[in-house]
Design a protein around this ligand. Structure first.
Ligand code: SAH
Length: 258
């Protein structure tokens, strides 16, 4: 039997219509879809009737499917001649362990393709009215994880505090208070604008805004929790004027709903 192929597809930050044309096409042609928890169910509903759907979602309160098992699922179905779509939130190569999955496919000489997606770290913040760069306020942006992998060194928050650009933290909600504190200790002004954006780009999107010293209280007051982005820098202030209401597009027929 000839080998199948695996497409590592970025699903975008949440709003289903933010997937790429190519990504949606792959879903519609898939024999097997292996998806994460953050992927919008509307996208999975686009799979053909006989497509096998496998949820390997990493729910923080439950045991996730171990990474080598996910790799194995992809390999097995591809070896069985299937077209496999590995559907991941945002962009597959931004903190999604997509790199590891592609490596394991390459090692097994399984054909694969990457279909990039809109990362929540950039596109999600745009939906909250926050441009990651701006000529007057930020000439760089830095996307970091707030989560520590086993065996990995902790982030050097003191060094990150010295950087002038926009700082974007993914998977940082459980440690946000500590992170803000470390940035202040590292030399960032406690008055630096800071925000958390939950469910970015979705209708349930919520934003808490404050400063490095007040963000914790704002998050509590508005009851924000994961999944959320934390963003630190002057660009946060622009959300006052750049927030917008998005047009809803129905991906079933690609017509505006309004
Ligand atoms: N590959 C993804 C990131 C995976 S890590 C991407 O490019 O967006 C998962 C983290 O991303 C979450 O813990 C959260 O910090 C962030 N995230 C993903 N989607 C989000 C959304 N719609 N709203 C807010 N944060 C989101």
């Amino acid at each position: 039997m000839s080998k199948g192929k695996v497409w590592l597809v970025g699903a975008g930050p949440g709003d289903a219509s933010l997937i790429t044309v190519k990504g949606l096409h792959c879903i519609r042609e898939a024999n097997v879809i292996v998806h994460d928890r953050l992927v919008n169910p509307e996208l999975i509903a686009q799979a053909p009737v006989h497509c096998q759907i496998i949820n390997v979602g990493k729910n923080p309160n439950h045991h996730p499917v171990p990474q080598d098992q996910i790799n194995q699922i992809l390999i097995e179905h591809a070896l069985a001649g299937k077209n496999v779509v590995r559907l991941k939130g945002g962009d597959p190569y931004v903190f999604g362990r997509g790199g590891e999955e592609a490596e394991s496919l390459a090692q097994q000489q399984i054909p694969f393709e990457i279909i990039p997606g809109i990362s929540s770290s950039i596109g999600g913040l745009a939906y909250a009215g926050i441009p990651v760069t701006h000529r007057d306020y930020a000439s760089s942006f830095h996307v970091v994880t707030g989560h520590l992998c086993q065996g990995n060194e902790p982030q050097n928050w003191h060094a990150l505090a010295q950087i002038d650009g926009t700082l974007i933290i993914l998977m940082g909600m459980t440690r946000q208070e500590e992170i803000c504190q470390l940035l202040i200790e590292g030399g960032k002004s406690p008055d630096t604008p800071a925000a958390a954006v939950m469910y970015a780009s979705q209708q349930r999107q919520k934003i808490a805004k404050g400063t490095l010293s007040t963000l914790k209280d704002e998050i509590e007051r508005q009851q924000l929790h994961a999944p959320a982005l934390i963003v630190i820098g002057k660009v946060v202030n622009l959300s006052e004027i750049l927030a917008f209401t998005s047009t809803q597009i129905d991906i079933r027929n690609e017509e505006p709903l309004l």
